[in-house]
Write a protein that binds this ligand. Structure first.
Ligand code: 13P
Length: 294
């Protein structure tokens, strides 16, 4: 079913697990994500950023396709604008039919972040969509430094932020970053801060930069209260590596068969990630009559 993030994340919050939010730019990825969710009986969130939409996965094309696929399965599937910074992109995503939007004003000062987030949250809610926001700032993995904690989310500020904005879930900065970390670098995460944030806010919390953080860190953030984990880089890499391996082995492979091989490899990655973060087996599996995704 096509759903907003709100209910699925409240379920994850109440039952102490996390839902994957996976960046997706084409049909093969959308199929891999939705089929994985259905087979694992898990909720899932499909993310796309304004940059990805402009470069390849146009929102006006993806939104109806994802909605169509989501309506054929019994598990909840959300389509969320990832890192909406410009109002124009956020409004367009709503017009295209996204079920959820993220307003990322984490680069602004606190008051401006509150102002922009409150506006987007009320707009989203008036249309039955959910709204994610970010406080503190999750940076780039290539610039990661385990001593750089000045942009981590402040607990007292977070409480005021949520009260003033009405956002449905909050992305917190606790040490992860977007993209690929330098070779051998393992981010040091502030679990104590995360526990305090959960205790204070009692709401769904989001971790950006789910790639390269290490399985032990991922298990621990879920135990400490993260309910949505954004993953892009690792899945894209896995898809590319699969393409390289398949082409090396079978250079004459038909294009469609290559797409199917990549789709299946992405499914293996997604399903095992879902098991690690505890979202597998949380929903029923009654497929609507006569519907099939294959
Ligand atoms: P990664 O590319 O590090 O997985 O981050 C994804 C993300 O946080 C998208 O918002």
């Amino acid at each position: 079913m096509y759903a907003s993030m709100k209910e699925m994340l409240l379920h994850a919050h109440k039952n102490n697990y996390a839902v994957m939010a996976i960046n997706c730019v084409n049909m093969e990825q959308a199929k891999a994500i939705i089929q994985s969710a259905e087979e694992e009986r898990s909720a899932v969130i499909i993310n796309i950023s304004p940059r990805q939409m402009k470069a390849h996965g146009h929102g006006d094309i993806l939104a109806p396709m994802i909605r169509n696929m989501a309506e054929k399965v019994s598990v909840p599937v959300a389509f969320n604008l990832d890192h909406g910074t410009a109002m124009e992109d956020i409004v367009k995503a709503m017009q295209y039919g996204f079920s959820s939007v993220m307003i990322d004003a984490s680069g602004c000062d606190f008051e401006e972040n509150v102002r922009r987030t409150a506006l987007v949250a009320s707009l989203a809610h008036s249309q039955g969509r959910s709204c994610e926001a970010e406080l503190g700032h999750v940076g780039l993995a290539s610039q990661s430094d385990n001593d750089k904690v000045d942009l981590f989310t402040n607990v007292a500020q977070a409480k005021e932020f949520v009260e003033k904005t009405g956002c449905d879930c909050l992305a917190v900065a606790i040490g992860t970053a977007h993209g690929k970390y330098p070779e051998g670098f393992v981010p040091k995460l502030d679990f104590e801060r995360l526990r305090e944030l959960k205790e204070e806010l009692k709401m769904p919390l989001v971790l950006h930069g789910g790639s390269g953080a290490g399985e032990e860190n991922i298990r621990r953030v879920v135990a400490c209260g993260i309910n949505k984990i954004n993953v892009c880089t690792d899945l894209f890499r896995h898809a590319t590596n699969t393409a390289i391996q398949v082409l090396e082995k079978t250079p004459s492979i038909d294009y469609m068969d290559l797409c199917i091989e990549i789709q299946n490899a992405m499914k293996d990655f997604i399903k095992s990630y879902m098991r690690v973060i505890g979202s597998s087996g949380r929903y029923g599996f009654e497929k609507p009559e006569g519907q099939d995704l294959d």
